[in-house]
Write a protein that binds this ligand. Structure first.
Ligand code: DMJ
Length: 674
């Protein structure tokens, strides 16, 4: 049977013929366009030649002017490009920006008291929501929580403020509501407290029995409850606006993504367990079960992912006994291993956990010392739990190499190491702050984790602390405050990061484990200094970096440079207060912690949920919210507050647990049989 010819064409043939026809059509069209173009060009050239010289110069001048103006306005509106995938760049961007996320946000100072103390407070900025083009609201979490969308954001205040006039613009009537100001027409029923919610109709899903039973509040109940309230408030913001994302941006009620792995949620798990926040824990666990996947084409930072996510999962496994968390930890751990495939076996900083590839940062083949030497507690524990030695072997190899490496300065290490050569790089700068800090912390903690059997770790720790005392410890002129400065090419700089405030806690932990008694003396002195870094600021909150005055004058001990005035809700001082209290029982450490919590509530609490880092600890009138709640605020800062105020010394006993550098407790290993 013969078919019409067209029908006999195979599909690919038909496509080819169609292509040819359309190509011919296109050719004709292109020829016509180019002919038209040619004609009009010839015509324009003739006309141009007919103009006088003056007319031509005038036209050229106008064209040049337009071009210059165009260029100028372009450079004004375009902003510098910043790589937002890098946390350091994020922080740096914030440092440079130092301003609210939206330039058109209005700031209206008003007066109000502190939400915890009821004391009169400072002038507080009200942030009006900027217009948004977003198609979808940034709300996350159950829809029942999506109410009061237009509540104005205010940080810590209670009074009624009526019809304020500012710059000729009438403000809406505001009323106080649990430390926050909201517009009067949006007042609704008070939300149930977490305890009321638990008692109410929705029974919390069952949590598996763990190794640490959640206990009733024991300690200063008011303070403990204030910490739980703070956590619930932070969690509410995360749940409403950033659920399942890395970090909450509480002012703009949105989120930021760093790795896209639900960073805040995972960092918070064990804190919720410890605080006995069952309902919150259960919903987070459900997200882990249903949503969390590490099979993603994403570059993560080895160190940050290890301390926050791997550490968080491992400690939650220990506290709850729930296999889910160990399975997730195993999956993540194995995906991080490609980082160690380097010529020197010193790991790269970044790993793609989906592709199984790793690389250093774009600008260098170096890794930072703190990063490669502060992943050991987690990987070693993973090996113990899985009976798979590869994790421990990889991180022990790093420590072995660093132990033998030439170029230390009386136990102090430079800030970088090269992943090709395995040698220190950028030598000559010695600090206990950023890029080196947790190397010192993990020397001691690995030694403790392993049951005090690994002598090299202890040797390195003791030598390093002697180096710190010899080269970095100095006193201020006015009050004789002891601080830890930095050494830069043999020049001493009296600069101390807030990060260094982990040191009193670590020193105290060492002294508690029979290391030299003068470590405890130094711990107490440094603790005092870290306390002053808060109390000498107008907001009662520490700056990111302090400079110390070494001259014997009547003036201040602490100088803060404009670029260092921010506070990121960091934990180190509270962490050390916790250790100092546990080992001395001196109530002053609790009181110091309480003052800090009150200041956080006064200057960083955002009315609609969440806490924000701020730009200016010296200006209580306008601390300048930065619109970011770091995951460590829930993972570390609030956890250490809770442990500081708890009387239950068996709640994560320091003789049974070591805390990783993100405050995730891991067990001290049982001693091997003799
Ligand atoms: C945390 O991620 C860890 O404590 C780390 O060791 C240092 N930086 C932050 C908190 O400040």
């Amino acid at each position: 049977m013969s078919r019409p010819k067209r029908r006999e064409q195979s599909a690919p043939q038909r496509v080819r013929i169609k292509d040819k026809t359309s190509r011919n059509k296109k050719k004709t069209k292109t020829a016509a366009i180019s002919k038209r173009h040619k004609t009009s060009t010839t015509c324009a050239t003739t006309k141009w030649k007919q103009l006088s010289r003056l007319q031509r110069s005038l036209i050229l001048f106008v064209l040049a002017l337009t071009l210059v103006l165009g260029l100028l306005s372009y450079s004004h509106i375009s902003k510098p490009r910043i790589d937002l995938s890098k946390k350091d760049d994020w922080l740096e961007m914030n440092d440079v920006g130092l301003k609210p996320a939206f330039p058109d946000v209005k700031i209206n100072p008003v007066v109000g008291p502190d939400s915890v103390t009821g004391m009169k407070g400072p002038k507080i900025p009200i942030f009006q929501r900027p217009p948004t083009n977003k198609k979808f609201p940034n709300k996350r979490g159950p829809p029942s929580l999506h109410k009061n969308e237009n509540i104005s954001i205010v940080v810590g205040r209670q009074e009624q403020v009526q019809d304020e006039e500012e710059n000729g613009e009438k403000q809406k009537k505001l009323v106080s509501w649990r430390g926050a100001m909201i517009e009067a027409d949006q007042v609704t029923e008070p939300p149930l407290s977490a305890n009321e919610k638990v008692a109410a109709a929705h029974p919390a899903p069952e949590i598996p029995a763990g190794t640490i039973p959640a206990t009733a509040l024991s300690g200063d109940v008011d303070r403990l409850e204030a910490v739980r309230d703070a956590f619930r408030h932070a969690w509410k913001g995360y749940k409403d606006y950033a659920w399942g994302h890395d970090e909450l941006k509480p002012i703009s009620k949105s989120f930021s993504e760093w790795f896209g792995l639900g960073l805040t949620l995972i960092d918070s798990l064990d804190t919720m367990w410890i605080m006995d926040l069952k309902e919150e824990f259960a919903e987070a666990k459900q997200w882990i079960e249903k949503e969390l996947s590490f099979n993603q084409n994403v570059d993560v930072n080895l160190f940050e992912t290890t301390i926050r996510i791997l550490g968080g999962l491992l400690s939650t496994y220990h506290l709850t006994g729930d296999q889910l968390f160990l399975n997730k930890a195993k999956d993540l751990g194995s995906r991080l291993m490609p980082a160690f495939k380097t010529p020197s076996k010193i790991p790269f900083s970044d790993v793609n956990i989906g592709k199984g590839t790793a690389h250093p940062p774009r600008w260098t083949s170096d890794s930072s010392m703190a990063e490669v030497t502060s992943i050991q507690l987690e990987f070693r524990e993973l090996s113990r739990l899985t009976q798979d030695p590869q994790y421990k072997e990889a991180v022990d190899e790093v420590m072995k190499q660093v132990h033998k490496l030439p170029g230390k300065h009386d136990g102090l290490i430079p800030m970088f190491i090269n992943t090709n050569s395995g040698q220190f790089s950028h030598r000559g700068i010695y600090t206990l702050g950023a890029r080196a800090d947790s190397y010192y912390e993990y020397l001691l903690k690995q030694w403790l984790q392993g049951g005090k059997t690994e002598d090299e770790l202890l040797e390195d720790y003791i030598e390093a602390i002697n180096g710190v005392k010899k080269h970095l410890v100095r006193q201020t002129g006015p009050r004789k405050l002891t601080f830890v400065g930095e050494l830069s090419h043999n020049r001493f700089s009296p600069k101390m990061d807030h990060l260094v405030c982990f040191l009193p806690g670590t020193l105290a932990l060492g002294a508690h484990n029979d290391l030299p008694g003068d470590h405890m003396d130094l711990a107490a002195q440094l603790m005092e200094t870290c306390h002053h870094m808060y109390t000498q600021m107008e907001t009662g909150l520490s700056p990111e970096i302090a400079h110390f005055n070494m001259h014997a004058t009547d003036s201040k001990d602490i100088i803060v440079k404009p670029a260092d005035r921010h506070n990121l809700l960091r934990p180190e001082t509270v962490e050390s207060l916790f250790y100092m209290y546990r080992f001395t029982k001196d109530p002053k450490y609790r009181d110091w912690g309480w003052q800090i919590l009150k200041s956080f509530n006064k200057y960083t609490k955002v009315s609609d949920g969440g806490y924000t880092s701020i730009n200016n600890v010296r200006d209580p009138e306008n601390p300048e919210p930065r619109d970011k709640m770091e995951s460590f605020f829930l993972g570390e800062t609030l956890k250490y507050f809770y442990l500081l105020f708890s009387d239950d010394m068996e709640l994560l006993s320091l003789d049974k647990y070591i805390f990783n550098t993100e405050a995730h407790p891991l067990p001290i290993w049982p001693s091997p049989p003799k």
